[in-house]
Design a protein around this ligand. Structure first.
Ligand code: FAD
Length: 337
């Protein structure tokens, strides 16, 4: 294969798919606009957003507030809930007309389904579950989409040299949204609903909410426990600390695998990726499969009796000692505040 890159100069701009339900955007959409803005600025191109749904004009305005320069808006009753065929048809047509050089989607069930369907159809490459995004500017304009590989033992940077657009998905919590600026102005471009009046073979009958009642991905404070807890009972102590702080309880996989706590609490490669303001890692050693899911937290407080524990390498505050002494003392101290 020749090293000469094809001429893709008619593809310009970065596009982010805004995922919504009931006219409320998923936070990953705004986080991707934050990531997309950096790419668009570096390439000196507009940042575009695509909003599809019923009664979702509010999201077009929000997208502008979060950094989009142009928003493509497609509305209709047929588009209320995500379904592969109508959403992929709209997105494909838009990509064919607008020709963005980069398209970003959340690595949610919806984003994965939609991005996969589009990449197959075009055909182009799709890098799933990226944790870092950058671009080479002139002349290649290549998206550098990086993600952990080989059980997190290395980072792989994946390039899509031969096709456009370059596509990637990213999990919630990996990138940071820009602060919303309601005074920003941008262009909202309405696109025709191609599904108008059409019968769509699949129907959404309803949604069953998760039973766990916890939402790690959106928590500001997470109190996470590891194997150092020694069993399921000490999680009550962690829950008490989380309640005092208004946070949620997280866990390492070691605890989940031991049956001490449900998977809904697991942070890491095979659990949730989180980005809280404050993360307590209590009795957690800091294996890379755990830290990949929480290392972007604003502040990390690690409590471990082993001063050499790897978690201390990424912790902002390091408390060396027995968690069974430190956690009750923290609960008392926070209760008195
Ligand atoms: P350990 O590594 O056993 O660490 C326990 C820590 O507690 C030690 O550092 C010890 O010093 C400390 N300690 C013990 N007693 C006390 C005490 N009284 N006071 C204070 N400190 C104490 N792991 C995840 O967490 N999330 C994932 O999503 C995940 N996905 C994985 C995917 C794959 C493919 C693989 C291979 C592994 C995955 N793992 C995941 C597992 C990961 O490799 C580690 O085994 C796991 O994170 C270790 O959990 P831990 O830190 O709780 O336990």
């Amino acid at each position: 294969m020749s090293n000469q890159l094809p001429d893709w100069s008619n593809y310009r701009g970065v596009m982010v798919f805004v995922e919504q339900r009931e006219s409320v955007a998923k936070p990953v959409s705004w986080q991707l606009l934050g990531a997309g803005k950096k790419l668009a600025d570096k390439l000196e191109v507009p940042l575009m957003a695509l909003v599809i749904g019923e009664h979702v004009e509010n999201l077009a305005d929000e997208a502008i507030g979060y950094g989009a320069d142009q928003v493509y808006l497609c509305e209709g009753p047929e588009l209320k809930d995500y379904r592969t065929r109508p959403y992929s048809r709209i997105t494909l047509k838009l990509i064919e007309n607008v020709k963005p050089e980069i398209c970003l989607f959340g690595a949610s069930a919806t984003g994965r389904d939609l991005a996969g369907a589009i990449a197959t159809h075009l055909p182009t490459g799709l890098t799933a579950d990226t944790t870092e995004l950058d671009v080479e500017s002139h002349p290649s304009r290549l998206l550098l989409a990086s993600r952990p590989a080989f059980s997190e033992k290395m980072m792989a940077t994946i390039l899509c040299k031969q096709y456009r657009p370059q596509m990637a998905t990213a999990r919630a919590g990996v990138f940071q949204a820009l602060p919303r600026d309601a005074s920003r102005t941008g262009k909202i471009i309405r696109i025709e609903n191609p599904m108008k009046g059409e019968k769509i073979a699949t129907q959404v009958m309803g949604f069953i909410e998760k039973q766990s009642g916890i939402n790690l991905e959106e928590a500001d404070i997470i109190v996470a426990g590891g194997r150092g807890l020694g069993g399921p009972e000490p999680f009550q102590m962690l829950q008490e600390l989380a309640d005092v702080l208004g946070g949620e309880v997280g866990a390492s996989r070691a605890c989940v695998d031991s049956g001490w706590i449900k998977h809904a609490h697991q942070v890491g490669q095979t659990g949730f990726t989180v980005r809280p303001k404050l993360y307590f890692a209590i009795g957690i050693s800091g294996a890379v499969q755990h830290t990949v899911g929480m290392s972007n937290s604003d502040y990390i407080v690690a409590i471990n009796k082993d001063p050499e524990a790897p978690i201390f390498q990424i912790a902002h505050y390091q408390i060396v000692g027995d968690l069974f002494q430190i956690v009750p003392a923290l609960i008392d101290a926070f209760k008195q505040r």
